[in-house]
Design a protein around this ligand. Structure first.
Ligand code: GLY
Length: 355
């Protein structure tokens, strides 16, 4: 088992990574929660495969367990679904002493985390992420949110869980496209902070190779994220490094109405484009974009910009909630593993992104 501790001024919490941890999760949860009532928030897909086993295991440790299951997919991060979740929490008689478990991918983690942050002015929650993206990124660091019709994650908070339990075996039932979606963020971590991880990814040739070292990969990513969040919890500086590839990535997702590309696929294109450009400007070591491309292709991720008017992408970039009024913080790399933030005036941003 790998164990990390996210240490923040107001709160610390463990991240446990272990194959099969889900099969005796009640034993772990007893260590961080000594009350009885738990509500699992999940989606229909995860519920169908793992819901009963999780609930039975918790009951066998004396917990009273209820489940709220929502439709799988981004549409569940809405105010309507959130209201429904609040009502079900009330129906179940949840109090501030009780616990929510967010059991699912990024959508469930964000929705359940935001419900926990706001219900009765805040109750405790635990993250049990089931997608690779959630296991290495969204379950750690306390970002919770729902969407508005005018944009993603526009209502949210930083609200940390009591613990994060990661079971890499859960990834065996994840559709291939979503495994690769998560791999884009793994590649991102290696590009911004970890050349050794990048080289390990280059040695993977088959899915079996990937699953053989998946625990170590998840650990490396969580360790990077933990370190960054500890230094910059509220994204005033270093945490922005996690947005490498996301400036173009978010714009592509938006331009295609969040339907054409998964988050990871859009970020893959974003990483390749910005590095190809920064390489041609002499900022990034020669050959870097080719080695990133090689990895993206290996994990069946796209790298080329879709055929779309640049102005549509630029407009989305300028409206992104992470941009400031006159400038944008771009994440660039000098070489694999060495990243930095450069503030660019909005009118000059295209020069750094598009060839
Ligand atoms: N997913 C990026 C962050 O947590 O800051």
């Amino acid at each position: 088992m790998y164990k990390l501790e996210v240490k923040l001024p107001q709160k610390s919490y463990p991240i446990l990574i272990k194959r099969g941890i889900i099969n005796d999760i009640g034993n772990e949860i007893k260590k961080v929660f000594n009350n009885k009532r738990i509500i699992i928030i999940t989606d229909h897909n995860v519920q169908r495969i793992y819901g009963e086993a999780l609930s039975e295991n918790l009951k066998s440790y004396g917990f009273e367990v209820n489940t709220i299951s929502v439709e799988a997919g981004e549409n569940s991060k809405s105010l309507d679904v959130l209201t429904d979740v609040y009502n079900q929490l009330l129906d179940a008689g949840m109090t501030r002493k009780d616990m929510i478990i967010a059991f699912g991918g990024g959508v469930v983690g964000d929705l359940a985390g935001f419900a926990a942050a706001t219900f009765l002015r805040g109750i405790r929650y635990i993250q049990i992420p089931t997608s690779l993206l959630a296991q290495i990124d969204s379950s750690i660091g306390g970002k919770v949110a729902v969407n508005l019709s005018r944009g993603k994650n526009l209502v949210g908070n930083f609200y940390h869980p009591e613990a994060v339990y990661i079971d890499p075996d859960l990834l065996k039932t994840l559709p291939e496209r979503f495994l690769h979606d998560g791999m884009a963020e793994v590649i991102k971590y290696s590009c911004i902070k970890d050349k050794e991880l990048f080289n390990r990814l280059r040695e993977i040739n088959t899915e079996l190779d990937l699953f053989t070292i998946i625990n170590e990969i998840i650990y490396s990513c969580c360790n990077i994220k933990k370190g960054i969040v500890e230094k910059d919890e509220k994204e005033a500086g270093e945490r922005m490094l996690l947005n490498f590839g996301h400036t173009i990535g978010h714009a592509i997702e938006k331009a295609f109405n969040y339907e054409g590309y998964t988050h990871g696929e859009a970020v893959a294109i974003g990483m390749y484009c910005i590095v190809r450009k920064s390489e041609s400007m002499g900022i990034t070591k020669e050959g870097t974009s080719d080695s990133i491309k090689e990895l993206l292709v290996k994990f069946k991720l796209p790298f080329e910009l879709p055929k779309i008017d640049f102005n549509i992408l630029l407009e989305a970039i300028n409206l992104d909630k992470k941009s400031e009024s006159e400038s944008i913080n771009l994440v660039l790399i000098n070489e694999i593993g060495e990243s930095f933030i450069k503030k660019i005036e909005k009118e000059k941003v295209a020069q750094y992104l598009f060839s």
